[in-house]
Design a protein around this ligand. Sequence first.
Ligand code: SF4
Ligand code: SF4
Length: 439
Amino acid sequence: MKALTFKRGIYPPHGKHYTENKPIEVLMPTGDLIYPMVQHIGAACEPLVKKGDHVFLGQKIGEAKAFVSAPIHSTVSGIVKDITPMLHPNGTKVMSVIVENDKKYEEDPSIGMQEDYKKMSREEIIEKIKEAGIVGMGGAGFPTFIKLSPPSEKKIDRILINGAECEPYLTSDYRVMLEESERVAEGLRIILHLFPKAKGYIGIEDNKPEAIAKMREATKKDVNIEVVVLKTKYPQGSEKQLIYACTKREVPSGKLPADVGCIVQNIDTVVAIHRAIVRGRPLMRRIVTVSGGAIKEPKNFKVRIGTTYRELIEAAGGFIETPTKVISGGPMMGISLFSLDVPIIKTSSAILCLTKEEAVLPPEKVCIRCGKCVDICPMNLLPLSLNSHVLHHEWDAFEKEHGLDCMECGSCSYICPAKRHLVQSIRTGKKTVLLNKKK
Ligand code: SF4
Ligand code: SF4
């Protein structure tokens, strides 16, 4: 069957060869654990502990006080060493709880209760997901319990699991599908239990045939689950593009997937749901790819949230040359880091250590009006025109041309022969328009 896809898009080199055949290694932390009270979209958590307190593994240490927020748990047992602003992977300073690991890994009595989700009510499942602090682990960090509680008028009939992993270099979701396929399948069954009229889809790009086979095997008895083969194209894994590829439904400008009957979840998020509901464990770990030409032994790690990026890089053998750029996330949508002493948070999918050849952004030249950026924009925008509006501070025109719909995928910058810094400029435009609205 022909691989499904969306309109437009680009074909960047994969760079997945570094780690795609590296099984996930469990990495135990050696230093202190840092827990920023913001690891999600929404309001910051409030610390529930104070300096000198003893904490257990799995104990809630950050309370969500607003609706859009998600609690934070300690991933080790030990002593709270400090509560102070610390550098966050996003480059800002965020109030953080620092825990000195006693290496005993004593569990909080509240965790580990095994339950049969089929006997649980919808409310009980949603509450457990909320209390487990689960957020979208594909990068957005939106609290999962909210996504799974759409207003009653939204008739959800499609649950889409994003196994595309279209960002170059990233292989953490791929390894999870190979090594934890049963958990992915069971996590999806739990979500389908919440939406009994819905059908489940697991979308995987056609450059991952082993993952397609594994997930088909794990779901072969599920009549309401289909593994969908997607064309290998960027940004195949973004929500609107995945929905279009799997269902041919288009999410209108300013609307959400639930408006077209869909909910999209990331692979690792689904495993976190399984762990929370079936094994009673809050979100405490994630799979992280450490890769790039500057790293000695690129690997995939299973790591406790709170471990520093530096520890992961050391566990991957350190650098073979000084990286020109270190990125948290993928090369297209990730954030450049200026310190390695920041913690892995719930949304950290990868650490890329790129050489000069891999990272250098050539100087901008004059636009030659070739139209390539327009041809490939998956959101059907006019990147060259949006860039011009930003440069001339034409904020009304920027908004009129749907600049806020830009998902910052970076495809336009990638394709531009004049190397215009399009996504950077459009990002600035979005921030300015949103700020002006607030004022
Ligand atoms: S791709 Fe670059 S050079 Fe071509 S129209 Fe767009 S901004 Fe101009
Ligand atoms: S304008 Fe935005 S959505 Fe379109 S290609 Fe550029 S970054 Fe992607």
